[in-house]
Design a protein around this ligand. Structure first.
Ligand code: GTP
Length: 378
């Protein structure tokens, strides 16, 4: 198959134990569009019952053995995806248009995302499309308090789906907290009709068929936000918004280390500077980088933006879009970090762009990093 053009989108469906992942997936699988989808379910515990709950099973439901996705199953997930690809290519199973991975409730989603992006064979054939996270309205707040994995699940989501709302007394607190943790994810109720449609699984940075990016969706309210906070005094030439930083009392102390912010740059970026910036970010601060998505104007081909996305130190091979998806031709990056302050990342970015500040090291001082970025040759 011709790589890159035909990559199969993979959606990760996550959410804490009992949040309603299987229930929602069952509904979604009834959507006729899902007949060409493969579902991979990661079990935790000895008895694999989830696959029995997923009613429309058949050949396309694949179950991983029990175990934590972050260690043993990561290799198994790679093997499973490789086998699936092989089965499709040799005609043993019908072509697959989408893969859904339902994670165990206890999983940190990052290793799952990395399994898709980090292996060259897998990344040639599959594209991480997005992360859909279910949050239970009854236990959600408490789960977020008690489990780092649950906070990460919510922070990296493209879509947040709140389940069991009818059973909860009030959901304002939970929704506010999810908003602070992840200002850009679209939020919906599990009970709503739209939550049960296959379209909830589609969150990609661009459509793999047309390569048209949906930047508006992944930047969410960026424009609305800019209208309210016009940072006129921003002498670095790009705007920034730390959504989680509005009111310190708004942010739960457990969530305080997780940040979501954007970097916007007007001028096209020198490819070497971009490469070095990403390289340093991922090699030196990878574990703090929960997620990054970017559409970049690169100075060698400013008419054809580059889409980058990564999780921790692992990045998908960059994709050149045929054209800009809209009028706005600025570089836009969205980062979700943990214990990595916005100001630090922005100073780093400025330094690589050749905008050093008096108290900051310049690009030359930062660029003696020996690590190369696989797939980052642009
Ligand atoms: N009222 C209500 N109940 C729900 C909803 N979603 C799930 N449930 C119930 O919650 C329980 C757990 O749902 P599952 O779909 O098994 O949850 P899960 O996230 O797959 O659970 P694990 O696989 O254990 O992590 C079941 O009894 C469901 O019927 C919802 O939106 N509303």
């Amino acid at each position: 198959m011709s790589a890159l053009n035909d990559r199969i989108p993979v959606t990760i469906l996550t959410g804490f134990l009992g949040a309603g992942k299987s229930t929602l997936l069952n509904r979604i699988l009834k959507d006729p569009v899902m007949k060409d989808a493969a579902v991979i379910i990661n079990e935790f515990g000895d008895v694999g019952i989830d696959h029995l709950l997923v009613e429309s099973s058949g050949d396309s439901i694949i179950e991983l053995s029990d175990g934590c996705l972050c260690c043993t199953v990561r290799g198994e997930l790679v093997d499973t995806l490789a086998n699936l690809m092989d089965a499709v290519q040799t005609g043993r199973v019908k072509p697959v248009k989408r893969v859904v991975i339902e994670t165990t409730g206890l999983a940190d989603p990052s290793p799952v995302m990395q399994a898709i992006m980090g292996n060259p064979v897998i990344a040639t054939n599959f594209e991480l499309d997005g992360v859909v996270t279910l949050v239970d309205a009854v236990n959600g707040l408490q789960t977020l308090d008690n489990h780092e994995e649950a906070r990460k699940q919510a922070a990296v989501a493209d879509r947040l789906i709140v389940s069991k709302k009818t059973m909860a007394e009030a959901t304002d607190g939970l929704e506010k907290r999810l908003r602070a943790l992840n200002p850009r994810a679209t939020m919906m109720d599990a009970d709503s009709a739209e939550a049960g449609r296959a379209a909830v699984l589609v969150n990609g940075l661009y459509d793999p068929a047309t390569k048209i990016a949906d930047v508006g969706r992944w930047l969410q309210d960026e424009d609305a936000h800019e209208a309210h906070h016009d940072h006129d005094g921003d002498h670095h030439g790009h705007h920034h918004h730390d959504h989680a930083d509005q009111d310190p009392h708004d942010v739960n102390r457990h969530d305080a280390s997780i940040r979501s912010f954007s970097i916007i740059e007007e001028k096209p970026i020198d490819p070497m500077a971009l490469e070095m910036f990403i390289d340093l970010l991922r090699s030196a601060h990878g574990e703090k980088l929960l997620r990054m998505k970017a559409i970049v104007s690169v100075s060698d081909r400013p008419d054809r933006p580059l889409v980058l996305h990564g999780v921790q130190s692992i990045f998908h091979p960059p994709v050149r879009l045929p054209a800009w998806p809209g009028e706005d031709r600025r570089t836009r990056m969205v980062l979700i970090t943990r214990d990595l302050p916005e100001a630090f990342v922005k100073d780093l970015f400025d330094a690589f762009l050749g905008k050093p500040r008096i108290d900051m090291p310049d690009r030359a001082a930062l660029s003696d990093n020996p690590l190369a970025i696989p797939g980052m040759r642009i």
